[in-house]
Design a protein around this ligand. Structure first.
Ligand code: PMP
Length: 401
């Protein structure tokens, strides 16, 4: 019997904006790096053994048993009332006072970034970002055809004193930053710079997008107030998430901020997904009503603090002279600067051969990418594997010198 040959379908012409939306280099790297024989410090993964899986499962079972039909029904775009109330009260305890109506539940904080870009940015608008910055936020802004103004950072975070000069050239529409334990650097914006940044944004009426997924994972030093809590003129939109504290699989985050922006985000979210999954929202609200969230956070801080310390010690022992790294006070990442002239992109395949992986730093730069950096994640491996991984990595770097 003759076999029919099906001709290939002609390619569909994609929207022009797709030419600006490159597949994340990091995603491609992660595919290779997550090979089971590789000790990977590449992914931004929390420690799965610390997910409160049983408590989350129990809360879901109760939702199905007690309120199954309501949980299966369509719901409001703003989110489940009791969950919004819990978030508003929880944020209040750290000094960020917002009414329940100012809380919008999102599908992770990643959706918050996307919605803010959708409601704020026209093609060609300028977004001011740290250089380097969270890669998936850069991708969002590129997707909405924004341009970037970049500002450098040091161990105290974004160099806020450079903003005045930059704004004189051209005013940005949005300032995006991760003030606590930044992704990728692990550094934190100092208190002085927080005040200065809020004053700057108020003076020029520029919206700050404060992305704060790691703020509750501080294992060293004093808690610093959020930018939103320092603002009394409605220039800060603050994003949070349960991804790093409960589990990313829940896909529950939130946006809080000025009422008119929250209203606009709600309209934009309607057209994106109608609402965040009702079952997950109800189960999370139920869980939080009786779960000792603060004790759980304390447990995460202890483990992540130990792992960070283990990585700092292992780097000290195994990295050749000329290698430098940041000293995070919380979060999940640190940032390594290789000895002069060395490229993390060149090093990556050599490291894979020795069964260790990291993320090369260049994709995190919105402009003027620099090749001599790598991001390391310490939350996902116990100290003994961190030691072995850094031993392998140190040997690969030393062999290049
Ligand atoms: N912002 C930053 C800085 C992140 O590192 C991440 C996760 N990698 C996110 C936002 C998105 O997190 P989620 O959507 O899971 O809340």
């Amino acid at each position: 019997m003759a076999v029919a040959v099906i001709p290939p379908l002609p390619a569909f012409p994609l929207a022009q904006r797709m030419s600006r939306m490159k597949a994340s280099a990091v995603r491609e790297i992660l595919k290779v790096a997550e090979r089971p024989d590789v000790l990977s410090f590449a992914g931004g993964l929390p420690a799965p053994e610390l997910f409160p899986v049983e408590a989350i499962a129990q809360a879901h079972a109760e939702v199905f048993a007690d309120e199954g039909r309501a949980a299966m029904q369509y719901s409001t775009t703003e989110g489940y009332g009791p969950l919004r109330e819990w978030i508003s009260s929880h944020l209040g305890k750290s000094g960020l006072r917002v009414a329940t109506e100012q809380v919008l539940i999102t599908n992770g904080s990643q959706q918050g970034i996307d919605l803010v870009a959708k409601v704020m940015l026209d093609p060609g608008d300028l977004v001011l970002v740290e250089n380097p910055s969270y890669l998936a936020a850069l991708q969002v802004f590129s997707g909405y055809e924004a341009s970037f103004a970049v500002v450098g950072s040091d161990n105290d975070g974004m160099k806020v004193d450079e903003l005045e000069r930059m704004v004189a050239e051209r005013k940005p529409k949005l300032i995006y930053l991760v003030p606590n334990f930044q992704n990728p650097k692990g550094t934190t914006l100092s208190l002085e710079r927080r005040h200065a940044l809020v004053r700057f944004a108020q003076r020029h009426r520029i919206l700050i997008l404060e992305d704060n997924p790691y703020g509750e994972l501080r294992f060293r030093g004093e808690h610093l107030p959020s930018l939103a809590s320092l603002d009394d003129e409605g220039v800060v939109l603050n994003l949070g998430t349960f991804s790093k504290t409960l589990a990313p699989g829940l896909r529950i985050g939130w946006a809080v901020g000025p009422r008119e922006i929250i209203r606009a985000l709600t309209v934009a979210k309607q057209s994106a997904d109608l609402h965040t999954a009702t079952v997950a929202q109800r189960a999370t609200a139920r869980l939080l009503s009786r779960f000792d969230y603060n004790a759980h956070l304390d447990g995460l801080r202890v483990v992540y603090g130990e792992r960070c310390l283990a990585m700092l010690g292992s780097l000290e022992r195994h990295m050749p002279a000329g290698t430098r790294w940041t000293q995070p006070d919380g979060g999940m990442f640190l940032w390594v600067e290789l000895p002069r002239g060395m490229s993390a992109d060149t090093l990556f395949p050599l490291a894979l051969e020795k069964r260790v992986a990291f993320v090369p730093g260049s994709p995190f730069f919105a402009s003027e990418p620099r090749g001599e950096f790598m991001r390391l994640n310490y939350s996902n491996r116990p100290p003994e594997l961190i030691e072995e991984g850094m031993r392998r990595l140190g040997a690969v770097i030393a062999a290049q010198q």
